[in-house]
Design a protein around this ligand. Structure first.
Ligand code: ATP
Length: 241
């Protein structure tokens, strides 16, 4: 197997005595879209935050994180971003009082990542709605448009691996499909994406592989074709006991 674009080993996050995450091994291959699903509190946000080196509260975090074979687990988030990792946190990350164009202009690629960064034309081709809304304030966008803007801002950082935390949350069903299709399109252009998704049905439609988290641990994982028939997925998430 080729070197994973993103790989974590013995990744543990604890709050006081409480283990929020305990992942012996997780890998994302180049050009792969992997979905992470699980109930509220399963540790999905904790996982993507720990991969970027970002945490809420003051947890103890340990373990190895490698990006394209290079150890980044001891680096602060901005240094991981400079090496090609980006995160769109839950709820997106946009400046509400800036226009779409200003939001995009404010996301400049770090030194070294400029060659990989999506330029304006590529972003407009991916999200035509953002071109139409160029001069609108982010606060005036719909939830789906704002999520597209948050993803577009991350693409301006030139990531080789992108972490997406629940991009479909709060979106109308048609917009969920639009956003996740756009994510699939990015992966088909060789971006690698780890997608946290509560909407398991929507995730199954686009991902290559699925990881099921429960209480901070990987309960099951595998190709989506096999996982969609896993009774734990069927019963808990697809309502087909
Ligand atoms: P959700 O879908 O609700 O966002 P999640 O799967 O993303 O859930 P996390 O938010 O990662 O779950 O939470 C995982 C565990 O870590 C939970 O047990 C939670 O209580 C704990 N946790 C998360 N943040 C903190 C914090 N700041 N302080 C203490 N415990 C925390």
């Amino acid at each position: 197997m080729s070197t994973p674009i993103l790989e974590a080993r013995e990744l543990r996050v604890t709050y006081g005595g409480h283990v929020a995450l305990d992942i012996p091994h997780l890998a994302l291959a180049p050009g792969e879209l992997v979905g992470v699903v699980g109930a509220n509190g399963a540790g999905k946000s904790t996982l993507v935050n720990a991969l970027l080196g970002w945490s809420r509260g003051a947890p103890a975090v340990s373990g190895s994180v490698r990006l394209a074979g290079e150890e980044i687990g001891a680096l602060p988030p901005h240094a991981r971003v400079a090496r090609g990792l980006a995160l769109v946190p839950e709820g997106g990350a946009v400046f509400m009082r800036l226009s779409v164009a200003e939001n995009l202009a404010a996301a400049t690629p770090p030194a070294g990542a400029a060659g990989r960064a999506h330029d304006e034309a590529q972003i407009e081709a991916l999200f035509p709605r953002l071109r139409e809304r160029r001069h609108h304030m982010a606060s005036a966008l719909s939830g789906g448009e704002r999520q597209m803007l948050a993803i577009a801002r991350a693409l301006r950082l030139g990531p080789s691996a992108l972490l997406l935390d629940e991009p479909s949350i709060g979106l109308a069903p048609r917009l969920v499909t639009d956003v996740l299709r756009a994510v699939r399109g990015l992966v088909d252009q060789h971006l690698s994406v780890l997608l946290v998704e509560q909407n398991v049905r929507a995730a199954i439609a686009v991902v290559d592989r699925l990881i099921l988290l429960e209480r901070g641990r990987i309960l099951a994982q595998g190709p989506v074709a096999a996982m969609r028939d896993d009774p734990r997925i069927l019963e808990a998430y697809l309502g087909e006991a």
